[in-house]
Design a protein around this ligand. Structure first.
Ligand code: ASC
Length: 153
């Protein structure tokens, strides 16, 4: 009984911490951080591709896969707050306004990206380049699925 109560309190405490942190991020910084997150993930996707095409360094692939999974699981939805549908000053964005309406579809795409990143980590941990190649392709497809739907060309 006591354990359940403490867990409940901790749950509530961490939730309110999340919303407090979110409240402090200015809209222009939300755009900046989300772009930085995807750029960082893309850099790591590129490193895995280079490993598959050149010399395979298992440690580098593991590090890159973990970095992508960290981005995918970081709660990026919090960076699509009100006012971030279009550019704010120098912070440009290629997001389509529909993303802010089609929340169920976006949640599905985000979930697919997170799941694919987990598979990429598992493949990287296995040390099998063939498994990484498959998982990397699937992860890239989840990036593309969202771009096709919600990124301005
Ligand atoms: C990548 C990357 C993307 C996706 C996309 C897949 O490595 O940077 O944006 O994969 O190109 O089609």
């Amino acid at each position: 009984m006591k354990k359940i109560t403490i867990a409940a309190i901790l749950g509530i405490a961490s939730l309110s911490l999340t919303s407090n942190a979110f409240a402090q991020v200015k809209p222009e910084d939300q755009i900046k951080y989300r772009k930085a997150a995807y750029s960082f993930a893309s850099w790591n996707m590129g490193k895995i591709k280079a490993n598959l095409e050149g010399t395979y360094d298992a440690a580098q692939v593991k590090a890159a896969a973990n970095a992508i999974a960290a981005v995918a699981h970081s709660g990026l939805g919090a960076l699509y707050g009100p006012g971030t549908e279009k550019a704010i000053g120098e912070q440009k964005t290629t997001v389509k306004p529909e993303l802010f309406q089609k929340t169920a579809e976006v949640a599905k795409l985000a979930g697919d990206f997170a799941a694919a990143s987990d598979e990429l980590v598992i493949a990287a941990d296995s040390g099998s380049a063939a498994a990484v190649k498959t998982a990397h392709g699937k992860a890239g497809a989840t990036c593309k699925a969202c771009h096709d739907e919600f990124r301005v060309r």
